[in-house]
Design a protein around this ligand. Structure first.
Ligand code: ADP
Length: 162
């Protein structure tokens, strides 16, 4: 069984991420979307809410697992039996950053490959940063988010924990 890991901050998961996930699903038996976090960086949504948003976003898609992890991506790959790390590319800046990370991962874990998937042109301008800016300013970010995600519910849950 060919398993890939799609790691990211996913703060929050957007239509761009969903597009990359769909592409990856055509190539692997299973894709694990893994929310990476470290305790020093709190983020906009807490990791458990980011996981729930992704679970809503992927409802109806088969062969997807969602989890969160701390620590090295190559370690969670080994734990989950994933032989490939999926990353999406929007710009040359993404490529430059991603190739450095991929080299480091390959040096640490030669059996795990990185696979870069180019962003769909209609999604290439979408980023979690833009979504957070819109949400922080009280705007509607629905046009950037998967349709199954009720973002107002998660904004409410985020507030309740503050
Ligand atoms: P990270 O903080 O690890 O970069 P992100 O959640 O920002 O996490 O992104 C996760 C992955 O998805 C990265 O590989 C990123 O380049 C990719 N990505 C983000 N937005 C898009 C998009 N609109 N289209 C395609 N790939 C994207």
């Amino acid at each position: 069984m060919k398993i890939a890991l799609f790691p990211g901050s996913f703060d929050p998961f957007t239509l761009g991420h969903l597009d990359i996930l769909r592409s990856a699903l055509t190539m692997f038996d299973k894709v694990i979307v893994a929310v990476g976090y470290n305790s020093a960086k709190s983020g906009f949504f807490r990791p458990d809410l980011r996981v729930r948003i992704i679970q809503d976003a992927v409802a109806g898609l088969e062969n997807v697992e969602v989890c969160s992890y701390r620590g090295l991506t190559v370690d969670i790959c080994k734990e989950k039996g994933a032989s490939c790390i999926i990353r999406g590319l929007r710009t040359t800046t993404d490529f430059e950053m991603e190739s450095v990370i991929a080299q480091a991962n390959r040096t640490m874990a030669p059996d795990i490959q990185s696979l870069f998937i180019p962003a769909g042109h209609e999604y290439s301008f979408i980023s979690s940063t833009v979504v957070r800016d819109v949400l922080n300013n009280g705007g509607s970010a629905k046009c950037f988010l998967p349709k199954n995600v009720d973002i107002d519910k998660y904004l409410q849950l985020r507030k309740e924990e503050e």
